[in-house]
Design a binder for this molecule. Structure first.
Ligand code: HEM
Ligand code: HEM
Length: 185
């Protein structure tokens, strides 16, 4: 069940790709909807972002139970350290992004719902039904800042991670990428 040097467990692989592809999609959707003021997309972004929390937590627990996979080949010390730092940045980012999103929307009074299933109602101003009143402006602002900064850091970390995976596959020709695609070394 656990990862070995020669083969990663199917849980490691499934969680990596479910969380990874969803995060890339949400980063792109978040950037697009914010710069184009595409408010119709906010509910989809928030719903998928809250659903993914369950998979992110499962992944963190699995990482703690299983430990980190051993390197597939003999990486240099600096490469090993870079991969470790980037992996931890990716794991922390996958937790911080949905949590800060919930904080921004929840404390901002915008409400929280998963595809129409309401978890927290919008806090609408009774005197102006077009306006929402923040529940806590400071927390909402903090959530917004963290969401934006961590989102930008994640984009850089994912590019580095992707380039690292390509380097192993194309230049080193080792099994690092093949192992994450379910093949045995
Ligand atoms: C892993 C999950 C998530 C990722 C990767 C993600 C990513 C992003 C990104 C990159 C942006 C654009 C930020 C910017 O550059 O200013 C954004 C915006 C936004 N996100 Fe998320 N997000 C996630 C989860 C959530 C959750 C769970 C919520 C709320 C429940 C949420 C609510 C929002 C909102 C409301 C905006 C627009 C902010 C504005 O218009 O100022 N996000 N998200
Ligand atoms: C762009 C597509 C991606 C490719 C080609 C890719 C490839 C890989 C490969 C080959 C490994 C194994 C590294 C090793 O054995 O040392 C790995 C591990 C890892 N990847 Fe990715 N990845 C991608 C996207 C992502 C994204 C978007 C995230 C985070 C949101 C992510 C997070 C991680 C983490 C945390 C690990 C460490 C092992 C683990 O916790 O499962 N990856 N990735």
């Amino acid at each position: 069940m656990k990862d070995t040097k020669h083969k990663l467990s199917s849980l490691t692989i499934a969680l990596h790709w479910i969380v990874g592809i969803t995060i890339i999609g949400l980063l792109a959707l978040g950037k697009y909807m914010e710069s184009n003021e595409a408010y119709a997309l906010y509910d989809i972004h928030k719903s998928i972002g809250m659903i993914i929390i369950a998979f992110v937590l499962a992944r963190v627990f699995w990482r703690i139970l299983n430990g980190c996979p051993e390197p597939a080949s003999n990486y240099s010390n600096i490469e090993h350290l870079t991969a470790k730092v980037v992996h931890w940045a990716l794991i922390i980012g996958t937790v911080a992004l949905p949590v800060s999103g919930v904080l921004m929307s929840g404390a901002g009074g915008h409400g929280l719902a998963i595809f129409g299933w309401e978890l927290l109602a919008e806090n609408i101003d009774p005197n102006n039904l077009e306006e929402v009143i923040p529940l806590n402006k400071t927390l909402a602002g903090l959530g917004h800042e963290i969401h934006e900064i961590v989102g930008n850091i994640m984009i850089i970390a994912i590019v580095l991670h992707f380039l690292g995976a390509l380097k192993h596959h194309i230049i080193d020709k080792d099994g690092t990428l093949r192992r994450m695609l379910g093949k045995s070394l």
